[in-house]
Design a protein around this ligand. Structure first.
Ligand SMILES: N[C@@H](CCC(=O)N[C@@H](CS)C(=O)NCC(=O)O)C(=O)O
Length: 216
């Protein structure tokens, strides 16, 4: 049984939950961070979520958690057998953590967590649109991030894409991203763990966070 420490409305926690769901693994999730706070003995030196515990191992950093779950339990599916496919999945996971997150995080936290308006976030909205154009060009020749099959590479950017697609902002035309997103929203684990309401302002955000506390 894998224990996941982290609130359900954290996108970084959702990456882990989605991976567990894809592999139908048993888990137990605890509400930590945000309005739940952190226990004194929280086993992660930088006090962020997620952290996962699996037997005698503790892993933090969401993409490292996804890689651990995929490598340990998802050979041939989330963890591609072919090293070249694996390298593609890895590459886009690292991209998600770097330029892509740098563009998306200030937009989402500004708009939903701080209640800023679109005008003041115009540069951020333009920046994330440019990132999705990069992804769109890649997906022109690929049904999924690492090629023809769903892998761990789809999970980090796929998680954030639900938020990107549902935010009240202008988005550039990205037909290949749209087609890929349609493939993601057919997946039951994505529907259950990622496609959850997050509100439109800070008060609604906390309300959703608390309402999700009882859901595993
Ligand atoms: N690089 C880390 C970032 C983790 C992170 O920033 N988590 C956020 C939630 S998405 C957090 O714990 N924020 C503090 C809080 O919610 O109290 C990862 O990918 O796991």
């Amino acid at each position: 049984m894998i224990k996941v420490l982290g609130r359900r409305n954290s996108a970084n926690v959702q990456k882990v939950m989605w991976a567990l769901g894809e592999l139908a693994l048993d888990y137990q999730r605890e509400n930590i961070a945000g309005s739940f706070g952190f226990p004194d003995d929280y086993p992660n030196p930088i006090n962020v979520v997620p952290t996962i515990l699996d037997g005698d191992i503790t892993v933090w950093e969401s993409n490292a958690c996804v890689r651990y779950i995929a490598r340990q339990y998802g050979h041939g599916s989330l963890w591609p057998d072919d090293p070249k496919t694996l390298a593609q999945a890895d590459q886009w996971m690292d991209w998600q953590r770097s330029g892509f997150s740098d563009a998306f995080f200030p937009l989402f936290s500004g708009k939903i967590r701080a209640g800023a308006d679109n005008e003041s976030l115009a540069d951020n909205i333009a920046a994330i649109g440019e990132q999705y154009k990069i992804l769109d060009a890649h997906l022109a020749d690929n049904d999924f991030i690492a090629g023809s099959s769903f892998t761990m590479g789809d999970i980090p950017v796929g998680t954030v894409t639900y938020r990107y697609k549902t935010l009240d902002i202008n988005r550039p035309s990205t037909p290949n991203v749209d087609a890929w997103y349609e493939r993601l929203i057919e997946r039951p684990s994505y529907q259950y763990h990622v496609m959850i309401p997050y509100g439109t302002n800070p008060a609604e955000w906390v309300k959703e966070e608390q309402e999700n506390a009882v859901i595993q």
